[in-house]
Design a protein around this ligand. Structure first.
Ligand SMILES: C=CC1=C(C)c2cc3[nH]c(cc4nc(cc5[nH]c(cc1n2)c(C)c5CCC(=O)O)C(CCC(=O)O)=C4C)c(C)c3C=C
Ligand code: FE2
Ligand code: FE2
Length: 338
């Protein structure tokens, strides 16, 4: 154990519950150099890329980072907001609203957000909690569907942090909430609200971030959880098999990823005569590059170019009341007895 840096225990300090909502992370600015720093940390995580370290070091540093950073920076520029990256702004807003809602009746609960990669990292936020008298910790990765590539990576970092500490709080970790009733209801209501404003399309597409096929083959339950979320949403929306389609986006590299792919499905549907489609991304708690640029811009273009006429993107739950309520309830359910 390295030198622990805990402060002396203070008997008078109030004992509090810390709730950390953790998302992926994002570049500090939409420039090639900032994107490179972010991608280097993200793609060096062996939970994300399982290729042997030495081989991957060469591929990442000599091929991917020099080319991808520039291309991704341009994509980030197209969605960047005055206050920064949408992923950061939306995550911050969600955590703030959940904190305010819970503060009304539960003044011992502190809510904050953290990012797995880049700034606002997990260690920094756990340290801040400690300074405010943390005695119990609930970690909620903002990934409804479990994957080792995302959820487990957050668990690793929380573990690494406490490996360096003398005092460990009581810790609870939510590994998924893909079939949580309130989460499914929030998605269903989001789609219904959209229908109310814009009418129905011929098809509803549920597009999730993909993972490599070999991760699924090795036992990652992610795809099964995505399909279960889809089934629950379809049942509550009373949609038949041919009105709803589940797909996977954001393929990275040449290997096979879980299928069907979002891009290929949109092109095929348009080519087969589907004229209108609505797309929602239930695997993303908040809007980010993968939804605002890849789906709402890039994939929209593919659909229209292939003969589609109407493409509507339905935004993520973000800081909607239904999401704030759902998260608050998840927190109360999982801090019972504390
Ligand atoms: C091997 C590569 C990747 C795996 C596996 C992966 C899994 C995965 N990612 C998310 C959520 C997000 N990914 C985002 C961006 C993003 N993802 C990858 C690669 C893998 N993701 C890259 C290279 C990027 C960067 C953008 C790019 O260059 O295209 C984001 C958005 C970040 C933002 O700043 O807005 C999210 C969110 C999940 C849920 C997941 C597995 C389940
Ligand atoms: Fe990703
Ligand atoms: Fe992408």
């Amino acid at each position: 154990m390295k030198t622990p840096d805990n402060t002396h225990f203070d008997h008078k300090k109030p004992q509090k519950i810390g709730v950390l909502l953790v998302n992926l992370g994002t570049p500090t600015e939409p420039t090639a150099s900032a994107v490179r720093v972010y991608l280097k940390e993200f793609l060096s995580d062996s939970r994300v890329v399982e290729i042997p370290k030495i081989i991957w070091w060469f591929i990442l540093n000599l091929i991917i980072l020099p080319f991808r950073s520039k291309r991704s920076a341009a994509a980030y520029q197209s969605i960047w907001q005055k206050e920064g990256s949408p992923l950061l702004i939306n995550t911050k807003n969600l955590a703030e609203k959940v904190g305010l809602k819970l503060a009304v009746d539960h003044e011992n609960i502190m809510v904050d957000y953290a990012m797995r990669y880049g700034s606002d990292n997990i260690a920094k936020k756990l340290k801040a909690f400690e300074q405010q008298g943390l005695s119990k910790l609930l970690v909620i990765p903002l990934y409804p569907q479990y994957s080792a590539t995302t959820t487990a990576s957050i668990f690793d970092v929380v573990g690494d942090y406490y490996q360096q500490q003398r005092r460990i709080p009581d810790i609870r970790f939510i590994s998924h909430y893909h079939d949580n009733e309130d989460y499914v209801k929030a998605l269903v209501n989001k789609v219904k609200d959209h229908w109310y404003m814009h009418g129905k399309a011929e098809k509803l597409m549920l597009s999730f971030h993909g993972i490599p096929q070999r991760n699924w083959d090795k036992g990652d339950p992610y795809a099964c959880e995505c399909f279960k979320t889809s089934r629950l949403v379809a049942e509550q929306l009373e949609l038949s098999q041919d009105q709803i389609v589940t797909t996977f986006q954001s393929r990275f590299g040449k290997a096979q990823w879980i299928q069907p792919y979002t891009e290929g499905t949109l092109k095929a549907l348009a080519a087969q005569g589907t004229k209108s489609i609505q797309v929602v991304c239930p695997g993303f708690a908040v809007d980010c590059l993968e939804t605002l640029e890849e789906i709402a811009e890039e994939n929209k273009e593919y659909f229209i170019e292939a003969g589609g006429e109407k493409f509507e993107y339905i935004t993520c739950l973000n800081d909607d009341d239904s999401h704030v309520d759902m998260m608050s309830q998840l927190i109360l359910d999982n801090t019972k007895g504390w």
